[in-house]
Design a protein around this ligand. Sequence first.
Ligand SMILES: [Zn+2]
Length: 174
Amino acid sequence: MRSIMRRIQRLQTVIPPVPPPKPQTEEDRKFSETLANLLVRMDPAHARLVIDDLKTVDHDSNKRYSRLTVAAFERVMNHLKKNQPLELPAKVAALEMINEGWTTYNCEDCGYDLPSNWPTLNSEWTTPSQISYEPCPLCGGKVGWHAFYTKHKCYREQVPLLAEPALPDVRKGQ
Ligand SMILES: [Zn+2]
């Protein structure tokens, strides 16, 4: 009996009780860290939905991420790759949950992408062909089709992350 116990003990030292975690790349680490930063900046109710969804999919690989979780992933990627603000305000999150696909509408000042169903303000329509969108929820900048590119003649990703200009007074000229 004692020899069997000894043998088991010896086996336990050779066979790790749990498989070692798969190595995380630097990119994975950066992504997780940035996602965690985004979650603390989100509306707590929305952040809770994402955390619960992450746990659910983690335990059941047949499950798919919710639209809100995918939207949070997209915001992380937009921040890391395109220097967009790391934010998912409640109003944007609510629209992301009922929307599909991606958008070409963004803020001309901070470059933040907004859902294609971002609200329109009927009162600001100048001509029937021109749609005016509610201002950016982050900086109050004007929102439009490829608005950042139209104003700056460059893509947001070309603006270095550490050399961000101070937000201009977006209300001037209105
Ligand atoms: Zn903005």
